[in-house]
Ligand binder design. Structure first.
Ligand SMILES: Cc1cc2nc3c(=O)[nH]c(=O)nc-3n(C[C@H](O)[C@H](O)[C@H](O)COP(=O)(O)OP(=O)(O)OC[C@H]3O[C@@H](n4cnc5c(N)ncnc54)[C@H](O)[C@@H]3O)c2cc1C
Length: 510
């Protein structure tokens, strides 16, 4: 066996150019890490599994100056279904965000926009290249990649498996993927439909109907007589039409499909998101039934959490243990999503079964009444939108804001008006001094370095959670690393210095 030695072909090799791999590539490139993405498919997907971005994902795009591109490409809707068997949707309009909606955007468009951004940032995407094996050494990873010129070995400091549910990277790293097997399936089809008169009727009978771009309409059908057919069995147009007729009494005028597929509720979560120099993100780490539309969104949030940590590690300034916080923070989120989607899937499945149809319908009616209650709706909308995702604090005496998502406050600074998410565009930490300069001795020069942008705020929009907060350190992924309410200069200095050292190992003037 040879050792990879000091020569690396690239800092990070990302296996998989799906949405997770592409956003992670953007994050690494933004932080100055040489990144290569490989994908076994010679061309990007044309068909789109996912249909939407939830509010937190749109916020992530906003933090990198990309929200405009995404919003221009899709269509916003005020909420989303917790489960298609419920009549009352989740209401995103009441959420505390500048983006209180879901963005209907086909996965292929999301991937195209992220691929465009990665190319702008200098990422190399090699399509038609399949990872077939990998070996870890102390200094790096060797990945065997089969491409148009045969098999080559790529040496990198780290490899991230963004290669979907059947992840070769996960298997090669020996990471388990425990969970539950498929017990039900549904069929999905995209069609050019001229007459939409039957769509409402279809929706009333539990068919998911969504108008896509380019004149296509998506139908997702769960036919009680076909939900036990394994996902490996191909769908025919005839089966699809028959199922639509059976479920809603109309074939909705569907013609030749652009795409037909069958998918199931296999639910699995990787035992670890990191093993040595190999990490997992997106579907490679978690798979579940697409109820609530959370798979792609969770993958984007994994990428945003991992990007800056991996970049800091590769560039050599990460504090000890930073990379391990990726598993510590994102594995519980994966656990919560896979657990919740199993429960949500039952709400879809039980009304379709002979044994439980009656009581399950009552349960759905009951849940609809609960969803009419503002607090209940807000609670579930906060979870599904991922706006309520909070990471555990790293110290016992941390301010309660620590780990929470930073709201996009409007700010007045000496340089003019701005907002928090604009300050995050270049992917650095942001240190905000919010006391309006009332304590000049406390923070004469907020820290600014390659890792941290320091900003003195003269005024900011009121936010109930930020009352009395005098200073706040925001991570590149928009979560709060540290906050303080003290205005006592010596305590403030000491707290700030400790937080900057702990998070960025930066010990410059602050
Ligand atoms: C019917 C359906 C509807 C869905 N709807 C939604 C929705 O509305 N919202 C939502 O958030 N999610 C939805 N999802 C889930 C969503 O599609 C996935 O979660 C998402 O695609 C995961 O992205 P990813 O980048 O992690 O993995 P993938 O999109 O699976 O990308 C993995 C990439 O890796 C490549 N690859 C695999 N193996 C190798 C290898 N050995 N070498 C090189 N390349 C490799 C593949 O070619 C692929 O391009 C839906 C899923 C289904 C099935």
């Amino acid at each position: 066996m040879t050792s990879p030695g000091s020569h690396m072909d690239t800092g990070v090799l990302l296996v998989g150019a799906g949405p997770t791999g592409l956003l992670l590539a953007c994050e690494l490139a933004l932080a100055g890490v040489r990144t290569v993405v490989i994908d076994k498919r010679p061309k990007p997907h044309r068909e789109s599994r996912a249909l939407n971005l939830h509010p937190r994902s749109i916020e992530l795009m906003d933090m990198r100056g990309l929200a405009g591109r995404f919003l221009a490409a899709g269509r916003t809707v005020p909420g989303w279904q917790f489960a298609v068997s419920l009549k009352r949707p989740l209401d995103f309009t009441a959420l505390d965000t500048r983006h209180p909606y879901a963005l209907l955007l086909a996965q292929a468009r999301t991937e195209a926009l992220l691929a465009q951004r990665s190319r702008e940032l200098g990422v190399e995407i090699r399509r038609g290249h399949e990872a077939v094996a990998l070996r870890q050494y102390a200094e790096g990873v060797e990945t065997d990649v089969y491409g148009p010129d045969g098999c080559v070995t790529i040496r990198s400091a780290y490899v991230v498996g963004c290669d979907g549910g059947r992840s070769l990277v996960r298997q090669a790293a020996g990471i388990g993927f425990p969970g539950t097997r498929e017990s039900m399936t549904a069929v999905v089809g995209d069609f050019a439909v001229a007459d939409h008169a039957h769509n409402e009727q279809a929706r009333r009978h539990g068919v998911l109907v969504a108008r896509l771009e380019a004149g296509l309409t998506r139908y997702v059908v769960m036919d009680p007589q076909r939900i036990r057919v394994p996902s490996t069995e191909p769908v025919t147009l005839e089966e699809f039409r028959t199922s639509l007729m059976r479920v809603c009494g109309s074939d909705c005028g569907i013609g030749e499909p652009r795409w037909l597929s069958r998918f199931g509720n296999t639910t699995r979560l990787a035992a670890a998101y990191r093993r040595g120099r190999v990490l997992l993100a997106g579907d490679a780490a978690h798979i579940h039934f697409p109820v609530g539309a959370q798979g792609l969104n969770t993958g984007l949030q994994d990428a945003m959490n991992l990007g800056w940590k991996l970049a800091a590690t590769v560039r050599g300034w990460a504090p000890p243990g930073l990379l391990d916080t990726y598993h510590a923070e994102r594995h519980p989120v994966g656990h919560a999503v896979t657990t919740a989607t199993r429960a949500q899937t039952l709400l879809v499945e039980l009304p379709l079964t002979e044994q439980y149809a009656g009581p399950a319908r009552h349960l759905c009616e009951l849940l609809d009444t609960l969803l009419d209650m503002e607090d209940v709706n807000r609670h579930l909308a906060g979870r599904i939108s991922a706006l309520d995702t909070t990471y555990p604090p790293t110290t016992p005496d941390a301010d309660p804001l620590t780990g929470r998502r930073m709201p996009d406050l409007g700010l007045t600074t000496a340089a003019g008006p701005t907002r928090v998410y604009e300050l995050l565009h270049d992917g650095r930490f942001v240190l905000l001094r919010l006391d309006g300069g009332q304590h000049p001795r406390a923070a004469t020069a907020p820290a600014s370095s390659g890792r941290v942008r320091g900003v003195s705020v003269l005024g900011h929009g009121d936010h109930p959670d930020l009352k009395n907060v005098s200073e706040i350190l925001i991570r590149p992924d928009g979560h709060i690393a540290w906050a303080t309410r003290t205005t006592e200069p010596r305590v403030l200095h000491a707290g700030r210095a400790a937080a900057l050292t702990a998070w960025t190992t930066w010990t410059g003037a602050c």
